[in-house]
Design a protein around this ligand. Structure first.
Ligand code: GDP
Ligand code: MN
Length: 379
């Protein structure tokens, strides 16, 4: 789950990080009112779960409240990376001297939270990491002690020379790490962390992502979930107890088990195809789950073939076969289905499919290769 900038910046503010004033609105008129209250120059910012809003035209400076209203008119309803802008943040526009990057992520390699900073802020940090990795500075935090004061200072010295700025930045880095821990985040970023010509360091953007499995322990964070800004298919899948992530390819995948789902996506790629989704129907899959899964996969108009890859263990092949047959009874599926069934109750499962005029393969490679070929043919 991701927070919007306006939500994440409140958490930063509560922790004592310098964040400009500001408010969120969903109409141009309300934006004008906020801009009038703030007075002076303001920035109007699209609130969507996507980076690069600046480049996409979703961040605009305005000299007057009337201009802010005009910008809001343009930004509200705009699409950024497939997401519709429903709300904008209005904040006083800051004069910027420098833009840095500060973030904390969960790092698999060190198995720790890693605090990262870069003096190359305001831009895509992945690009900095790829092109000029020497401009990124990291500290892996020992969870027994948390981020130590001298570690925060060391990082801050990579951003600034002036000790006044260094001290402010170190304070912000320490507090950011605290918010990371207390919110259960897997990623938290301030990009840009700016210094102003007057010598103040402030957070001008805020990003926070939390693993869904953490939310049970963080009801305050879960309450901030904005379902309207998430992919509707992913929301429905979650409600049905399916793990589903939408991707950009055209081979729909329906698999039991997360590991097998990953392996299936790898194999789709290996045979020259592109998966349209990650979907794990889970261990003990009742037929209804399969029906929902098919319904969600077929909603995606990019899908040109659907691959079932079922390795029956706790999952019974006959349950899955019944789910497929029930789904076909309920809705007409217009794209070809390739089914691979093997394991528990394989013979029963294959019989159920054959009685319905469907066939199943037992070899994973054969099935994936066939699904990729069929998707290519239909594309
Ligand atoms: P993102 O593109 O989605 O990461 O959105 P950001 O909030 O980071 O804004 C993008 C860029 O807009 C920043 O890197 C700044 O250069 C600029 N920007 C944002 N807020 C302000 C502001 O208050 N004043 C000025 N001058 N520029 C701003
Ligand atoms: Mn940013």
């Amino acid at each position: 789950m991701n927070l919007h900038e306006y939500q994440a910046r409140e958490l930063l503010k509560e922790a004592g990080i310098a964040v400009p004033d500001g408010d969120v609105a969903d109409t141009p008129e309300a934006v004008e009112k906020i801009a009038e209250r703030l007075g002076g120059k303001v920035v109007v910012k699209a609130q969507v779960h996507a980076g690069g809003r600046g480049k996409a035209g979703g961040v605009k400076l305005a000299d007057t409240a009337a201009e802010a209203k005009e910008h809001a008119r343009a930004i509200l309803g705009m699409e950024i990376k497939g997401l519709t802008v429903e709300k904008v943040l209005v904040a006083p526009a800051e004069d910027i001297a420098t833009e840095s990057y500060v973030g904390v992520i969960v790092d698999r390699e060190s198995q720790r939270a890693v605090v990262m900073v870069s003096p190359e802020g305001g831009v895509d940090i992945e690009e900095v990491a790829a092109k000029t990795p020497e401009k990124i500075f990291k500290v892996a935090v020992d969870p027994r002690y948390g981020l130590l004061a001298h570690e925060a200072m060391g990082l801050a010295f990579e951003l600034f020379d002036d000790i006044k700025l260094v001290r402010q930045a170190a304070g912000i880095i320490s507090k950011l790490y605290q918010v990371f821990v207390s919110s259960g985040a897997s990623l938290i970023e301030i990009n840009p962390l700016v210094s102003t010509p007057e010598g103040t360091v402030k957070a001008l953007d805020a990003k926070l992502g939390v693993d869904d499995n953490e939310l049970g322990r963080k009801p305050k964070i879960e309450a901030l979930r904005d379902l309207s800004s998430e992919d509707p298919s992913e929301v429905d899948a979650r409600e049905a107890g399916l793990s589903f992530i939408k991707l950009d390819g055209n081979v729909g995948c329906c698999v039991n088990g997360a590991g097998l789902a990953m392996a299936t996506m790898d194999l789709v790629k290996y045979y020259g195809g592109d998966p349209a989704n990650f979907l794990d129907i889970g261990g003990s899959s009742n037929p209804q789950k399969v029906v929902t899964a098919l319904e969600i996969i077929t909603r995606d108009k990019n899908v040109k073939a659907i691959l079932f890859n079922i390795f029956g263990g706790i999952t019974r092949c006959d349950d899955v076969a019944n789910g497929i047959v029930t789904a076909l009874d309920q809705t007409e599926i217009k794209v070809p289905l390739v089914i691979r069934l093997t394991g528990t109750n394989e013979a029963e499962g294959i019989k159920i499919l054959e009685d319905r005029g469907l066939s199943a393969l037992t070899d994973m490679d054969d099935a994936v290769e066939k699904a990729v070929a069929m998707a290519k043919e239909a594309a």
